[in-house]
Structures are given as C-alpha cells and as structure tokens.
Ligand binder design. Structure first.
Ligand code: IMP
Ligand code: MG
Length: 190
C-alpha cells in the first residue's frame, strides 16, 4: 500500500496540530454566550470519508454533544471524478432547535455539502455550521461557505486519513497523492 504513494501532502503530525486548532475555534463558537442553550449540539460526520477526522476532532471538544450519522455517495466505485452526490442513509436523530456541526473530509465541487446542508435545514435546527478538513480551489468550493477549513490544497486527487480511492487507502495516516500508474490501473475504462 505504501508503495502506491506518490508523495505526502500533509503529514499526520500536521493534521493532528490543525485538528486541535480547529477544535479550539469550534469550542469558542459553541460555548454560551456564543450560542443559545447548553448541550444542544449534534455533530454529523458525512460517512465514510469524515469518520477518522471526526473521531479525532470530537476528542478535543469537551462539550455535551450527540452524534448523528449520514452516508452520502459521490464517487460510486473507483473514480477520481464526482458523479453527483446522493444520500444513501441517515440516522441523525431529532435536530429541532439543535446546533448542528456538519463534518466532511473534503470540499471539492461542494455538491455534497450543499445537498446535506439543505436537507438538514428542513429538520428545523437552530443553526448548521460546516467543518471540512480539506478544500480544493474549485469554483464550486468557492461558492460553498464553510465555517471551519483545515487546509486549502491544490486541485489534486488525495487519499488517506479517511479519504479513499475505490474504498481503499482510508487507513493511511498521512494525506497523500497516488502514483499515476496506480490510478490508471484501478480506474475503469469508460
Ligand atoms: P464534492 O461533493 O464534489 O464537494 O465532493 C466531496 C466528496 O467527494 C468528499 O466527501 C469526498 O468523499 C469526495 N472527494 C472529493 N475529492 C476527493 C479526493 O481528492 N480524494 C478522495 N475523495 C474525494
Ligand atoms: Mg465523502
């Protein structure tokens, strides 16, 4: 698996440092008087990609919270191009009057965040904030506001720390690019 890596973009130490900084910002914005009520927070990772990021993030958030789960598919099968997002399943609980923090691994075209955010707003939350670990410099991402962004990265396909290619490589601790021949050998021909 390690031999499929082209180069390391962000190391696990850099990720860990940034996750603590993001958690600090989130704490400030989610502690009264910044928000109404106490313990009315629901954190919702968009599965599967945001699983590892969320697991690390919430352990730096010493606040009362519930966790909701939501699965979206945007890259069916092995693909480096999004084919549009669709909701696969959700288990987010009652969100009425709650402050929601939506967490995703990466903001690319923004289709996923916009789909999920609109869907959650219909459930009557007090607020919806968006936290992404990575953001690419695309027009769609620029048009999709995110409250917390870990790293702005070049427009390259990356894997590791939850991000996948054909459901593989999520367990790599760093964020890396894959060798071109690996992508070509795995991607189905049109
Ligand atoms: P968007 O809907 O185009 O913003 O894409 C967001 C989703 O696409 C993310 O939740 C990821 O699952 C996936 N994605 C986008 N870019 C990458 C990438 O470079 N590597 C792996 N997955 C990606
Ligand atoms: Mg995803």
């Amino acid at each position: 698996m390690q031999s499929d890596v082209e180069r390391v973009l962000i190391t696990q130490a850099q990720i860990a440092h940034r996750v603590r900084e993001l958690a600090g910002q989130i704490m400030l914005d989610h502690t009264p008087p910044a928000i109404s009520g106490d313990g009315q927070i629901t954190i919702i990772p968009i599965l599967t990609g945001a699983m590892i990021f969320t697991a690390d993030l919430i352990r730096h958030l010493p606040m009362r919270m519930k966790i909701g789960l939501l699965t979206v598919s945007s890259y069916p099968g092995q693909s480096v191009r999004s084919r549009g997002s669709s909701l696969i399943s959700q288990q987010v609980g009652d969100l009425s009057g709650r402050h929601v923090l939506l967490v995703d691994d990466i903001l690319d075209s923004g289709g996923t965040i916009r789909l999920v955010r609109d869907l959650l707003w219909e459930m009557g939350p007090a607020s919806v904030k968006v936290c992404v670990l990575l953001r690419k410099p695309t027009p769609g991402a620029a048009a999709t506001p995110a409250d917390y962004v870990g790293f702005d990265i070049p427009d390259e396909f990356v894997v590791g720390y939850g991000l996948d290619y054909g459901d593989l490589y999520r367990n790599l601790p760093d964020i890396v690019t894959l060798r071109r021949d690996i992508i070509d050998s795995l991607e189905p021909k049109p």
